[in-house]
Design a protein around this ligand. Sequence first.
Ligand code: KIV
Ligand code: ZN
Length: 518
Amino acid sequence: MPQDTVAIFDTTLRDGEQSAGIGLTTEEKVDIARQLDRLRVDIIEAGFAASSPGDFEAVQVIAREVRRPVICSLARCVAGDIDAAWAAIKEAAHPRIHVFISSSDVQIWHQLRSNPEEVLDMAVSAIERAKGYCDDVEFSPMDATRTDREYLYKILEAAIDAGATTVNIPDTVGYSIPTEFSKLIHGVIDNVRNIDKAVVSVHCHNDLGNAASNSVAAIEAGARQVEGCINGLGERAGNASLEEVIMAIQTRKDLLGVTTNVDTTQIYRTSRLVSDVTGFPVQPNKAIVGANAFRHASGIHQDGVLKDRTTFEIMEPQTVGWPSSSLVLGKLSGRAGLRARLDELGYQLDKQQLDAAFQAFKELADRKREVSDADLEALMANQRRTRSQDAVFTLEFVQVSCGDHQIPTATVRLTKHDGETVTDAATGTGPVDAVYQAINRIVQVPNTLTEFRVDAVTEGIDAIGEVTIRIQKNSGTYVGRGSDTDIIVASAKAYMNALNRLLAIERSQTAEAAPSAT
Ligand code: KIV
Ligand code: ZN
């Protein structure tokens, strides 16, 4: 990589998936990895192969199917983890093993119950073992920002001598602030004897809201790889929001003097996909991808933008892939019009997918006078969910009777993946409860509903309602989403989506244990 290029390392599928309340199926992870490939990130951390059979499978499938970027698996400094990481990524076109171990006193003594000498030896042995499998090895001293500086330099030097090609400086607990973090990166570059043999990377958490700023400060100080997640997902308050770092690099090239390989026009699409699949909404005022990010509300601002866009806009919305026109489709729009609009929104569909989308569009346009971009996005998200190979049950129809003098009663019909169709009915405290009870009678998977949210995709009485739910079974939380102009139908779709996800994840978690690397 040229010295003026910053490598973008996406860890949405690893650190992002560690966010409380996110559980993705392999198929969804592959969908995200494909979109990250379109975004042209350099490295995808596809998971932590040794952590579960489900993670192992996802890393392996991504390694086989996503060929351009580096595909990386995380591993502790433990032989079994490194072997599993390699077994999962060995078919990748560009594999990387990422090993990590705690380096701060507080974590070494209290969490690992070890000592600094032993940790250094474990790091060196782990890197040597990983190096036996592949050339590309990254090392992370976890909690680097709270690590004694001299010890940090020493362990990094030993890691590079053992073969690490990237050394990553994690602000694991999001403790640092930009001036301090910049000094730390300068310190690493100036004091680690062999630092010229490795790429300096940073991985910042957002506990104090500084993750993106710390990452940018590190680039100024000489870091040439940045790790982060789309929409700022990640443990606790999340990781650096990759879209923010990427756009800071692009917008402030004058100051930073570096660039990335990213196709920024794919940012919006990637953000929407990640939000849809994880069920984590993007806050309206979120930088770059929030609904208000490019909206000017006050009269003075609007006046300025109308006279000259640059008065109040530092980026053009189109550079991050915001749909440029507000063209609205309707009942009379044809297949070509729909295809052109979807193309502009970033959906590349084959003939079969376009046929299905067109049919769903026609049904929607019959119920709704104007079909906006937001409606199309909801429609495409529904299509992706119903297309899923992982679906064990498909909702065929739902019918409800309710009112203030009736016991809410629902009838549902589901098709199982073997083609069998089952119909059942139930009563409930309300129409949604009745639908869920009827589905439960067929699916028979005990669970607890922990969250239920309805959002309108657009304004107006005929708006599409988007339902997001979370259900819990044992210690797992599973998100489900569904949309329809009828919110009872949307609720049924969301429940089916959550149940299918639960069943797919349970199936992969109970699959055979990860095979050994040999
Ligand atoms: O936050 C952290 O320290 C990590 C490491 C595994 C890199 O996620
Ligand atoms: Zn992290």
